[in-house]
Design a protein. Sequence first.
Length: 360
Amino acid sequence: MPTLHKLTSAETAHNMGVAILKYGLYPRCRAQNYDNLQNNIFDWKVMNPVGLAAGFDKHCEAIDGLLNLGFGFIEVGGVTPEPQPGNEKPRVFRLHEDKAIINRYGFNSFGHQPAVVHVENWYNKLSENKRGYVGVNLGKNKSTLDAAQDYVKGVENFGPYVDFLVINVSSPNTPGLRKLQAQDQLQTIIKAVVEANSKLERENKPPIFVKIAPDLSESDKVAIATVVAARDSGIDGLVISNTTLSRPESLQNKNKVEVGGLSGAPLRQMSTDLIRDMYRLTFGRVVIIGVGGVFSGQDALDKIKAGASLVQIYSSLAYEGPPVVEKIKKELSELLKKEGFENVSDAVGYDVKEDKCATS
Ligand SMILES: Cc1cc2nc3c(=O)[nH]c(=O)nc-3n(C[C@H](O)[C@H](O)[C@H](O)COP(=O)(O)O)c2cc1C
C-alpha cells in the first residue's frame, strides 16, 4: 500500500489495495496469537483487540482478505441504503509529513444491496473456527429526510449476518449528519434501531454501537452519554472517534487546507481524550472501540487505559501497510507484560480508575 501511494492518487491507491485483498492477491499473514491479548467481550472470544476502522472496505467486498491480515475484528462500510456517488474527485488527500489523511468522500456507496450479498456470502462460509468478528458501519443517503429509517434499513438488511452494527452519526462530509448526535435526534434514531434489532430472527442480536465525532462540546458529550448509558438504551457501545474538522497548528503538509475530515497522527490525542471523557460519563457501562491515530502498541495501550476495550486503525494501515497490524499486536502484548497487566482486559480504563483513586 505505501508503494501504491507513491505511484498514484490516494483514492486509486486505496481502491487497488482493496482489490488486492478482495482477490486474495496479498499473502496471508502468519498471524501470531498472544494469550494476553485474548479477551471475552459480549459473547465473543476476541483473539486480539486490534481491528480495522470503517471506510477502508466501503462496499464490504474484501472481508476474508482483511481478516487474513490478523485483525481481531473488522468494521466494513459505511454503506447507504441506496447507491450514491459521493463528492466529486479528488476527495482524499495524504498529508505525508503529518502521517495524516483528509477525506471528503461523502458516503460514496453502491448501496445496501450488493454489500449485503458480500456479507451474506461471508456468513454462509463461516465455520466453527471463526477468525474474527465483522460489523457494518451504517450511513444515511444524502437526500434522506427521515434518517432513522435509513439506519433501520441497515439493521434489517445486515443484522441477520453480522456480529455488530455501527450507527454512524459522525461523518463530517454529509450535510447535517453530525446534528443527529443531538439528544432528541439521537434518542429517536436509537429507539427505532433498537426496536428493529429486537425484531431480527436470530437468538443473539448483534450489539449496536454509535460512532461519534471528536469535535464535541462538553454538553454534547453529556447528552450522548445520557442517551447511550441509560439502562434501557439498548446501545452496547461507542466507537470513538470519527475524523476531525479541526486543523491542529502542527500540520505541515500543504493539503491541510483541503475541506474534509482529518485522520491519523494529529487525531490521536483528541480521540484518546474523548475516550477518557466518555468512559467516565458512561460509568464504564458501554464497550468503547477507540480509534484515531493508532500507529503503535503504545498508542493502542493509551486508548485502552483511557477506557477502550478494543481499538481500530485506518491511517496507519494506509501509511505502513498490512505489517502494521502484527507490529501493533506484538508491541501491545509486550507493553502489557512490562506494565504488569496479566491480560488486556485488566488495562481497560486503568487511567480513569487511577484518577478516581487519586481524587477520592
Ligand atoms: C478515507 C477515509 C474514509 C473513511 N470512511 C469512513 C466511513 O465510511 N464511516 C466511518 O464511520 N468512518 C470513516 N472513516 C473514519 C475512520 O473509520 C476512523 O474513524 C478515522 O480515520 C480515525 O482513525 P485513523 O486515525 O486510524 O485513520 C474514514 C476515514 C478515512 C481516512
